[in-house]
Design a protein around this ligand. Structure first.
Ligand SMILES: [Zn+2]
Length: 274
């Protein structure tokens, strides 16, 4: 029940937008996308970091990490991915595993795990900030300062992006010196990833069919919403400093209308393009 959920949130610093499994039909009706809020770099002094690579699901479109909730067949040395149901073989180094000889990542207490991966990640790290601006000025000021501080802690090559939301969602373009430009979306409108990419100018124009007047070469120009932090940290620091609380009036006794679901959908759509 609620206590179990609270204990897990307390232990792992993770909070989910949904706390129970839903059917496929229910999933199509969900307004809030499945998401989790987690606490980056949360310290777990009770758990040692793991000095080997995580075991990943073999399905190329999944690549989920082996975890204590996966079903394991110790005799056949197989594990079932709990995201895509793919059955995976354990790597040869796991030949000795059994019910009584489990690797750390299968032990229930390792619901949070920290891997020390040698050689670094193969993909650039991406930090897309989603900032809720429906708050008091004092809180917003503290938030801005924390965000500005967090920029200085990121690896210089990490890619960063900024989406702010209140009643509307703003996707900020980064990297244009001295000009702040953003794309504004209504929180009430659902967009597919494809529609979003078109609106942000992230799709290549259709090939010229050879009909109609010859247009001057409108070169496909991808707008950069994710930039290396070392390139735009000054710019982004300024941008964060100028953030204002959501200007829309709030009805007496009501909470502000905030477009969290739309902001998350847009964030996912944006990440899918990059
Ligand atoms: Zn999988």
């Amino acid at each position: 029940g609620a206590t179990y959920i609270a204990q897990n949130e307390e232990r792992d610093g993770v909070r989910f937008s949904w706390k129970c499994a839903v059917s496929r039909l229910e999933a199509t009706r969900m307004v809030v996308p499945v998401a989790s809020l987690f606490t980056p770099l949360r310290e777990r002094p009770d758990l040692p970091p793991i000095q080997y690579e995580p075991v990943l699901c073999s399905r190329a479109t999944c690549r989920a990490v082996l975890n204590p909730l996966c079903q394991v067949d110790y005799r056949a040395k197989l594990w079932a991915c709990n995201f895509c149901y793919q059955r995976n073989q354990f790597p040869p180094s796991y030949a000795g595993i059994s019910e009584v000889n489990q690797p750390a990542e299968l032990l229930p207490q390792f619901s949070t795990i920290e891997y020390v991966v040698h050689g670094g990640p193969q993909m650039p790290l991406v930090f897309l900030y989603l900032v809720d601006t429906c708050m008091e000025d004092e809180d917003l000021q503290a938030l801005k300062e924390s965000l500005q501080m967090s920029l200085s802690l990121l690896p210089p090559t990490a890619l960063v992006g900024l989406i702010t939301f209140g009643r509307m969602v703003q996707v900020h373009e980064l990297g244009c010196e001295g000009i702040s430009k953003s794309y504004v979306f209504r929180g009430t409108k659902d967009l597919t990833a494809k529609q979003l990419q078109e609106m942000l100018g992230l799709t290549k124009p259709a090939a010229n069919q050879g009909r109609g007047p010859h247009l001057p070469s409108l070169v496909f120009c991808p707008v950069r919403f994710l930039q290396p932090v070392q390139k735009i940290d000054m710019n982004l620091t300024d941008l964060l400093g100028e953030l204002q609380r959501d200007p829309w009036p709030v009805t007496q006794g009501k909470r502000p209308l905030r477009s969290l679901g739309a902001a998350m959908s847009i964030a996912v759509g944006l990440l899918e393009t990059n």
